[in-house]
Design a protein around this ligand. Structure first.
Ligand SMILES: [Zn+2]
Length: 164
């Protein structure tokens, strides 16, 4: 157990490379334990007027809830806000991590706040929209061409030839 562990740090996402600040502290450190011991002693003296075995129970509850809080805070901050990449899931199952990123990608397409962010996924979204637009234009042109050549064919077969 470290004496004091760093709380936050600047890191880069392993997937989209965005820089971000996140909670790197994963477990309670020695300073937390000493702090909880002091608080427990103070509370035990105030509540029971001296050393009391219930203080040990109190210490256990406080240190356990502290550990759970610190761990969940780390677990929550480790997921990239820009692309939804979760390195913890990736270690267990890269396929699952890939699925989560594509789900994040689809969900955030409808989120206006996300469009104001600096996510590198936005470039991909823009490119996909541009591709869609081009594809629609192309199919429109193709339909017009098909309609025109159809009309020409009808005119050719329907009109009587001038020599007949
Ligand atoms: Zn990312």
């Amino acid at each position: 157990m470290k004496l004091i562990s760093r709380l936050r740090d600047q890191r880069f996402c392993a997937f989209c490379k965005s820089p971000r600040k996140l909670y790197v502290k994963k477990h309670v450190d020695l300073t937390n334990v000493v702090g909880v011991i002091l608080v427990t002693l103070a509370v035990t003296y105030a509540a029971f007027g001296g050393p009391d075995p219930r203080g040990v129970f109190l210490f256990g509850i406080m240190i356990l809830s502290g550990e759970i809080f610190i761990y969940l805070r780390w677990r929550n901050s480790v997921v990239c806000r820009m692309c939804g990449f979760d390195p913890v899931v990736y270690k267990r199952s890269p396929e699952r991590a890939s699925f989560l990123v594509s789900q994040f990608f689809k969900e955030q397409a409808e989120n206006p706040a996300f469009w104001l962010s600096k996510s590198p996924l936005l470039d991909l979204h823009r490119r996909m929209r541009e591709d869609d637009r081009r594809r629609q234009e192309l199919s429109g042109v193709r339909e017009k061409l098909a309609a025109r050549s159809g009309a020409v064919a009808v005119r050719k077969s329907g009109a009587p030839s001038p020599r007949a």
